[in-house]
Each structure stands twice: as structure tokens, then as C-alpha cells.
Design a protein around this ligand. Structure first.
Ligand code: ADP
Ligand code: MG
Length: 679
């Protein structure tokens, strides 16, 4: 009854009939509403109950850019409908499917729906598809919009709803042939905004200070603090808790409960953010307060009632594409004005609130961009191009994206896929490409996995691929860095980080660890959650390998080529991510684009390796390569002869075939110019 009461009070409820009338009338509908108005939890249910009488055995899908949101909202809606999660209402995220034959409403990440579209171009299992949080403009949502625009023409029975939190709805309407718009008027309270007079040197420290100050001086109401990632958030939660305890003793402040919220948090812990704030410690005492320290998830994806104070340092972790180095990395970057406004809005959900921006008003006005750029414009598109090929999109350049990327970016992606042998010289999907697209992995990882039986180590590469698909397995708490590093040394393999991770995994699966894995991980400074997740990912990838008849084999451990075979298999996928030592110093040069990089301090590899492959390019104060393993120059030629320029190699220079071709073209152009011809 309680839940029902809350639901009836949500703004979207008032517009239920209006929504249904419009929904029945038009095939595509754009629906915008303030965060917290009930879009994600209610609209799919309206659709469901409207659809149900026809009972055409089809499902309603509602996509979310974030896995946490998909899980959390599915759980909430299952509760509202009073059904067990995973039956009528379920969710599907990468490597986890909580649905059944009974499922009629499915929350899923946009990436998962895209994967489904690969095998079912018309998405025939669904009667209605709701693309939620469209304003986030994730890569997957953008591609889905492009696809669905065509699918609705082929399937007049399919309904499409585009839901978004911002009011820039006209862009969506225009894109979808002038689809009608329904806007739920917001019912938010005013939020007072405060800026810092001077820029903050250390935003985390400033954030902690602000939270404590609010707790000590402001009336009741919960606090939402935006930070950028798991480690920073966990660290901050600890610090705030400690300081809050002091505050309780010193000034008799109320109890403070601090909860983290980020993407990889286990579901039970995620749910705790909805717990009510603690009451007074003694009768008549001060009320307690809840503090949530969250990534961008709490910006629009999840609504937490009771928030009155928002602390916004102005940063989030964003995918940034460096076109010069042609690598994407996750970087802590300034947010946009639109984001700042959304964040502030979270303070006015239940009553008038306050937002503390930890930057100056001048910075807000002059330095923040209006809107975050769509992800498609800041990504390496090779995985996307492979997906589109598999989706049957032939003409990539004319595929109707809301914001098309530069043709150059597409060319690069095609080139990369060609070197991976996923596309042939005509740009057609090869057998390998088709196979690679079966795996929910980056093309390089998929190719490595598929090639691994040839190197007699598919069991090991399967484990490694899984480990590379989950968060960091090594835990390095600020308070115990040395102890953690000493433990890591026990697993270290002299040839590099990949092999070290594999050693960890094997130890984790050993009898001693499995006796009490949680404790074992704790004792060894390893993340139990990450390793458990890797195990789960491994199981799912293994199923795909079995289905595709890829053999699972190992070189006997006693054989001296055991580790060497694994390193060779790594080259089969990552031959484009190779760096060569430059002279005698610490510097390495990446082969792909001649970037000077150094090995990330976390590596177990010594500085003498001449050739290394790396998993990740990290740009902070310096350019690092992270997760590196030593390889041999001659393997590169053996395993990726098309990519490497053999002639140059023999001369002792490391160059790629692509560079040779580009140089040739440059020379030809220069010749044309000098002859007065048109270049
Ligand atoms: P919108 O999508 O418009 O931002 P939602 O449908 O997500 O809004 O949220 C509507 C209401 O449901 C909010 O008041 C929110 O607090 C509540 N809600 C959503 N998920 C949960 C949950 N897991 N537990 C408790 N309340 C929830
Ligand atoms: Mg929502």
C-alpha cells in the first residue's frame, strides 16, 4: 500500500491517460520529464498494462545506459508489481541475464539490446522498445536510434518511446520524423546555488570539508556528493565516516550514515542507498543524516528521495578520445553546464534544497561546455563498426546517426578491423569477424580468444580475457600500500602483468583459496568481487566458445613453452598495442603512432624488456601504458605480418605497414606538388 501511494503521487501518474492516448495513436513517441518524475519505473508499466490484453507473447524492453540502473530499477518495479525479480520483470546486462520465459518487462543496458539486434535485426521479441536516458547519448543508444529508425519502417507493429530527462526534445523529434512529444511538467522545488569564491586546489578534500560543514550547521536532509570513481568514493566514504564520528563527540551532531554508489557495487549494497536516514541517537536528540557518495549514476539514472543538499565538485570520469594517439581513455574531466544543472536539481526533489558547487561562478559560466559531447564523437569505433557490419548495415558512411562522427574516425576503425582480419580488403565481414562479433568483447580481445587454440593456451587466454573484462583484481588501500605490494610480488611473473594476473587467478581457483575465498582474497590484497566476477565472465565466454566449437586446450604446465605460448597468443590480438624501448632510458615508443610512453608504476615488469604489448594507454600527468607484458620482436612478424613492415624491421627499425603506405602517399603528394600538379 505504501508503494502504491508513492506511485500515485509521482508526476507521470497524472498524465497516464494522456500518455496512453498518444502511445496508441503514434508509433514513435518522445517523452521527457524531470528526473524522479517516474519515467523509468512507471512508463513501462503503463505500456505493459495497456499491451497485456492483446497478450501477443512479446516483451517490453526498457534500455538504460548503466548496468546499475537496469538492475536497481528492475528490482524496484518487480517490487511494485509484487512479483519475484527475474520472472515477469527481469533485467539483462552484459554477463548477467536475470530473465525467464515468463518475462514480459525487461530492463536492459542499451548495449545488450544492440547485441540482441545482431541476431534478430527486427527485434521481433519486442512489442515496445523504450530507449531511456536518451539524453546521455551513449554510443549504444545512438546506434540503437539509428537502427530502430529503420526497424519501425519494417515493423509497423513495433512501438518506440524515446525517454529523456533534458528538455532538448526537439532534436529527438526532428530525428524521428517529427514524432509527437509529451512532457511531464516538473514538480521540483527551488534549489539555491552556492559557488566557492576561489578555485579549490583539491576537490576531494574540499568535498569532505563541505559535507561535514553541512552536517554540523544545516537543518535535516540528506546529502549527495558527486565524485568520479570507485577508489576515490570508497576512500572518501571512509574519511567522512571517521570525521563524522568526531563531530558527533565534539558538537553533538546527529549520526551520519555514509553510502557509496558506483557501477561495480554489488546489488545488495546498491539497495542500501534507499534506506531511510538514521533517527536520533537518543529521544529528543538530533536527527541522523544519510550521505551518498556517488558517481554520475545519481545524476539522472537513479533517484534517491530525501536529498536536500548536493555537493558538486564539477568532475566526472569520462571517456576521452585522443585522436592524435588514437586511444580512448577514461579521464577525470570537467562536467558540462547541463550536467551541473541536473546535479543541482537532485537537491530539490522533496523540498527546497541547496547545491554547493566547488568551483567559482566564473568557471561555471566560462569554462564548462554547454552539453557533454555524444559518446560516438569521442570513441574508437572499431567495436561499433564490427557491430554495424553484423547488424547488416552496409553503407556505414550513410548510416543515419544523430551526430555522425568524422569520416576519418570511421576509416581508422575499418583499418583496424582489417588488420585484425575481421574485415577483408573490400570491407566485408570475414569468417573471423563474424565469429568475433559473437563475443561481447572488444574486437582485439575477441580475436585473441579465437586465435588462442592455435597457441595451445585457450584455457589460459579465456581466463585472461575474463580478468581483463572486470575491474582491477589488485587492491591497494592507501593505508597498506607496502603490504599490498609485497603480496602482489608473490604472484609476480617476470615477463609481465598479464601472466601475473593469470597466476592470481590460478591461485584463487586453488584448493587453499577456495576453502575460504573471501578471507583468502582479503589476506592477499585481492578483490574477491572482481575475481568472482571474472569467474562468472569466464563461464559465459566459455559457453560461447563451446557453441562456436573453439577448442579449450592448454600447454602442459611443465612444458617450458607454457608461458611463452600465452605471450604469443597475446600478440595475436594486441599486435597494434606494442611499444619498443627507446635507447637506454625508461621511455618506450608506441609503434602505432610513435608516442613516448613509460611503463605504469603498477607493473611487475622490469625496465629491460625491449618489446612490450600493453592493454591500456593511460593519460594522466604523463603518458603511461598499463598492464604490460614482454614479447619478442620476431613474434610480431610471425603473428602479424600484414601489420608490420618487414623490410624496415630487418633494418632494425620498428614501423608498421600502414606508416609505410602513408609515407608513400605523402611522398607522392609532395612529388605532385613539386611538379605543379594537383595533389
Ligand atoms: P525517473 O526515471 O523519471 O527519473 P524513476 O521512475 O526512476 O524516475 O523514479 C521514480 C521514483 O521511484 C523515485 O521517487 C525513486 O526514488 C523511486 N525509486 C526508484 N527506484 C527505487 C528503489 N530501488 N527503491 C526505492 N525507491 C525507488
Ligand atoms: Mg529514469
Amino acid at each position: 500500500m505504501n508503494i502504491l501511494h508513492t506511485r500515485r503521487n509521482l508526476p507521470v501518474h497524472q498524465q497516464r491517460d494522456e500518455f496512453l492516448a498518444l502511445y496508441q495513436k503514434s508509433q514513435i513517441l518522445v517523452f521527457v520529464g524531470e528526473t524522479g518524475s517516474g519515467k523509468t519505473t512507471q512508463i513501462p508499466q503503463f505500456v505493459l498494462f495497456d499491451d497485456l490484453p492483446q497478450s501477443n507473447a512479446k516483451m517490453v524492453a526498457c534500455t538504460q545506459p548503466r548496468r546499475v540502473a537496469a538492475m536497481s530499477v528492475a528490482q524496484r518495479v518487480a517490487q511494485e508489481m509484487d512479483v519475484p525479480l527475474g520472472e515477469e520483470v527481469g533485467y539483462s546486462i552484459r554477463f548477467e541475464d536475470k530473465t525467464s520465459a515468463k518475462t514480459i518487462l525487461k530492463y536492459m543496458t542499451d548495449g545488450m539490446l544492440l547485441r540482441e539486434a545482431m541476431n534478430d535485426h527486427n527485434l521481433t521479441r519486442y512489442s515496445t522498445i523504450i530507449l531511456d536516458e536518451a539524453h546521455e547519448r551513449t554510443l549504444a543508444t545512438d546506434i540503437l536510434m539509428g537502427l530502430l529508425k529503420e526497424v519501425v519502417l519494417r515493423r509497423p507493429d513495433l512501438k518506440l518511446i524515446i525517454m529523456s530527462a533534458t528538455l532538448d526534445a526537439t532534436k529527438f523529434q526532428k530525428y524521428f520524423h517529427g514524432a509527437p512529444l509529451l512532457a511531464v511538467p516538473g514538480r521540483t522545488h527551488p534549489v539555491e546555488i552556492f559557488y566557492t569564491p576561489e578555485p579549490e586546489r583539491d576537490y576531494v578534500e574540499a568535498a569532505i570539508r563541505t559535507v561535514l560543514q553541512i552536517h554540523a550547521t544545516e537543518p535535516d536532509g540528506d546529502i549527495l556528493l558527486f565524485l568520479t570513481g570507485e577508489e576515490e568514493i570508497e576512500d572518501t566514504c571512509r574519511k567522512i565516516s571517521l570525521e563524522a564520528d568526531e563531530l558527533v563527540r565534539e558538537v553533538d551532531a546527529g549520526t551520519m550514515k555514509v553510502y557509496p554508489l558506483y557501477g561495480t557495487l554489488p546489488p545488495q549494497q546498491q539497495q542500501r542507498i534507499f534506506d531511510p536516514a538514521p533517527g536520533p541517537r537518543k529521544p529528543g536528540g538530533k536527527n541522523g543524516r544519510k550521505v551518498i557518495v556517488s558517481t554520475n549514476i545519481a545524476e539522472t539514472s537513479l533517484t534517491i528521495d530525501g536529498i536536500v543538499y548536493v555537493v558538486d565538485p564539477g568532475f566526472s570520469k569520462q571517456k576521452v578520445y585522443n585522436p592524435r594517439a588514437r586511444v580512448e581513455s577514461l579521464l577525470v574531466s570537467p562536467i558540462s553546464k547541463a550536467s551541473a544543472q541536473q546535479r543541482a536539481g537532485r537537491a530539490g526533489r522533496t523540498r527546497p534544497g541547496k547545491c554547493f558547487r566547488l568551483y567559482t561562478e566564473d568557471a561555471f559560466k566560462k569554462e564548462l561546455i554547454e552539453q557533454t559531447y555524444p559518446e560516438v564523437l569521442r570513441s574508437n569505433l572499431s567495436a561499433t563498426v564490427l557491430e554495424l557490419k553484423k547488424l547488416g548495415v552496409e553503407d556505414l558512411v550513410h548510416f543515419d546517426l544523430m551526430d555522425p562522427p568524422a569520416p576519418e574516425t570511421l576509416m581508422r576503425a575499418l583499418e583496424e578491423l582489417n588488420y585484425l582480419a575481421c574485415l577483408d580488403d573490400e570491407g566485408e565481414l570475414t569468417h573471423l569477424g563474424r565469429l568475433a562479433s559473437e563475443f561481447p568483447l572488444d574486437p582485439a580481445l575477441a580475436v585473441m580468444l579465437i586465435s588462442s587454440p592455435e597457441f595451445y593456451c585457450s584455457n589460459e587466454i579465456l581466463s585472461l580475457t575474463s580478468l581483463l573484462s572486470v575491474p582491477q583484481v589488485f587492491v591497494r588501500p592507501a593505508s597498506a600500500r607496502q603490504a599490498a605490494d609485497a603480496m602482489k610480488d608473490m604472484f609476480a611473473h617476470p615477463d609481465g602483468d598479464h601472466l601475473t594476473m593469470l597466476n592470481v587467478y590460478h591461485a584463487f581457483k586453488g584448493d587453499e583459496a577456495q576453502h575460504n575465498p573471501k578471507q583468502w582474497c582479503h589476506d592477499h590484497y585481492l578483490s574477491f568481487r572482481a575475481l568472482q566476477q571474472a569467474d562468472n565472465v569466464r563461464l559465459q565466454l566459455k559457453r560461447i566458445m563451446e557453441r562456436e566449437e573453439l577448442e579449450l586446450v592448454s600447454t602442459p604446465f611443465e612444458d617450458k613453452s607454457y608461458y611463452e605460448n600465452i605471450r604469443k597468443a597475446l600478440v595475436s590480438g594486441f599486435f597494434m598495442q606494442v611499444a619498443k624501448k627507446d635507447g637506454t632510458g625508461k621511455t618506450y615508443m608506441t609503434i602505432k603512432d610513435n608516442q613516448a610512453v613509460i611503463l605504469h608504476p603498477s607493473t611487475v615488469l622490469s625496465q629491460d624488456a625491449e618489446w612490450v604489448i600493453y592493454n591500456e594507454f593511460v593519460l594522466t600527468t604523463k603518458q603511461f601504458i598499463r598492464t604490460v607484458t614482454a614479447v619478442k620482436g620476431e613474434w610480431l612478424l610471425d603473428i602479424a605480418p600484414n601489420y608490420y613492415d618487414i623490410e624496415q624491421f630487418k633494418k632494425g627499425e620498428a614501423r608498421t605497414a600502414l606508416q609505410r603506405i602513408q609515407d608513400k602517399m605523402k611522398r607522392r603528394d609532395a612529388m605532385h606538388k613539386s611538379k605543379g600538379g594537383r595533389a
